[in-house]
Design a protein around this ligand. Structure first.
Ligand code: HEM
Length: 488
């Protein structure tokens, strides 16, 4: 009953842009994006030195302009679904204070739209089902287990860097590192999740990527009744078919693993083995398929983008490349990457946080209320969809000060909140019980891959780079990231 929820939200004083039936505010959003894209294109023909990090109005031009009219909490519509937009950490603190992880819902419209990607995996399940899944999966992501995956990560990264060396030696020093890193982290997550070699996993991996591109390259009509089926039927059908093919491939991988579960080496290292072992409880094959897809989609692109944006920022700040190289040498010596020493890479940790702040790969967090939620004298009615805008909070001058858009990793030196005035103003991995389960894995992968890159190459931004961060599910450089590489 979206209309009823809207009336209740309005009665509680929440305002917002006027929606039209049946698209809601989708057309306004598209118009703002097109306006911004043409303005960005003409300005991006300037020098790479002009790259600025004030990206909220580039990535979410519609939210930036609605904020000016309606403040940091307002209602907008995706089709016939009202969403409460939130970019105020104090509001988030108050609304989440009394709600446990298991009591949060995820917007039903997204569950439907992204069924082929996430199914009933951890990102989408709710209530007791979420508790059961999280309980089984959590041990697989402990620091100890994740450390067992370090050599797989280093192997894939080294493979990528050998390719870069060959390209540079053949006279091609300019490389689009975004696509390179995305395929490497895809390979890493396929190996660490399903324990499949790149050759075996190539089929699954390619289909998973292809489904993601199919789903997110076209304009989405989420929330519009039958919107995607009517407006982009070919893509919708293709994504659904790919979803079914991937399910079959993963099911056969899981069944084979169940049969040959005595492979000790694998059992120690990949997530699937840990899920099969369970944690006092079990997941069905169907549920495991959805979790494998969830790890793949939730895990590889976010990590890849954190690394990609890092390379952009480090290319802009060569003095930080030098500092990090010195740190790596000091901590690791001249030898191979030792996972037990990664915690010593403190400056890399600051850089990672600063990158996740400026270019948050997961640009938003979504929730749906499963009960009425009181915030001061306001009520968020049961069923309300919520869209929490991390990019806005991470770029808010009131929270971070005048230097908010500058790359200053040292702000995280002695403060895990980076000096933000509100503890919930920095949350690249979400909040509360539903916080990202893969953050240990990501941090380790980030440190390993970045250390290996920095040890073998120095890099600068190619004049062909066009700075236009945009949202394709994640926050990505929409024209890739061409860098000029120099072997060390
Ligand atoms: C830089 C990398 C990453 C970022 C920025 C990131 C960000 C996030 C965010 C914002 C959420 C939503 C949290 C919430 O709703 O409060 C989330 C959830 C999740 N992430 Fe990550 N993530 C990253 C890496 C990973 C990796 C490597 C994996 C798995 C291999 C992963 C798996 C998940 C899962 C399964 C959830 C759902 C957790 C739940 O609802 O219980 N993520 N992540």
């Amino acid at each position: 009953m979206p209309k009823l929820r809207y009336r209740k939200l309005k009665a509680n004083g929440f305002e917002g842009p006027t929606p039209n039936f049946p698209l809601g505010n989708i057309n306004d959003m598209k118009k703002e994006l097109m306006k911004k894209a043409s303005a960005t294109f003409s300005s991006s023909l300037n020098s790479v030195f002009a790259i600025g990090h004030d990206i909220h109005s580039l990535a979410f031009p519609y939210f930036a302009s609605w904020q000016k009219l309606h403040g940091k909490v307002f209602i907008y519509w995706l089709g016939t679904e009202p969403f409460l937009y939130i970019a105020d950490p104090e509001f988030i603190k108050k609304m989440s204070a009394g709600v446990m992880g298991k009591s949060w819902g995820k917007p039903t419209v997204f569950k439907r739209d992204r069924k082929a990607m996430f199914g009933k995996g951890l990102v989408m399940v709710e209530g007791d089902e979420w508790v059961r899944h999280r309980h089984i999966i959590t041990p697989a992501f402990t620091t100890a287990n994740v450390k067992g995956m370090a050599s797989l990560m280093a192997d894939s990264a080294t493979h990528m860097l050998d390719r870069w060396t060959a390209l540079v030696n053949s006279g091609n020093p300019e490389i689009d590192v975004e696509s390179e890193i995305i395929s490497t982290t895809g390979e890493i997550i396929a190996k660490t999740s399903f324990g499949i070699s790149f050759i075996d996993g190539e089929k699954v991996f390619e289909k998973l990527r292809s489904m993601q591109v199919t789903l997110f390259k076209s304009t989405r009509y989420v929330g519009v009744p039958y919107g995607n089926q009517i407006m982009c039927p070919k893509e919708t059908l293709k994504a659904n078919n790919l979803g079914k093919e991937i399910d079959l491939l993963l099911m056969s991988i899981i069944d084979n693993r169940k049969k040959m579960n005595k492979d000790v080496d694998r059992a120690e290292h990949d997530l699937l083995s840990l899920l099969l072992a369970g944690n006092g409880r079990t997941l069905s094959t169907r549920e495991m398929v959805d979790e494998c897809k969830t790890f793949f989609f939730g895990g590889h692109e976010t990590t890849a983008l954190a690394l990609t944006w890092t390379l952009l920022l480090l290319a802009q700040h060569p003095e930080w490349q030098t500092q990090l190289r010195e740190e790596i040498k000091q901590v690791m010596g001249d030898g191979v990457i030792d996972p037990t020493k990664l915690a010593g890479l403190r400056k890399i940790g600051w850089v990672m946080n600063e990158v996740l702040r400026l270019y948050s790969p997961a640009p938003n967090v979504q929730r749906q209320a499963r009960e009425d939620i009181q915030v001061d004298d306001l009520v968020i009615p049961n069923g309300t969809n919520m869209w929490i805008d991390l990019v806005s909070m991470h770029h808010d001058k009131q929270l971070w000060g005048e230097d908010v858009d500058e790359f200053k990793p040292e702000r995280f030196k002695d403060d895990i909140h980076g000096g933000c005035k509100h503890k919930m103003g920095f949350m690249p991995f979400g909040f509360g019980g539903r916080m990202c389960i893969g953050r240990n894995l990501t941090m380790m992968e980030y440190k390993i891959v970045l250390s290996l890159i920095l040890t073998r190459f120095s890099f600068s931004i190619s004049p062909n780079y066009v700075h236009c961060p945009s949202i394709v599910l994640s926050l990505r450089p929409s024209k890739g990231l061409p860098l000029i590489l120099q072997p060390l």
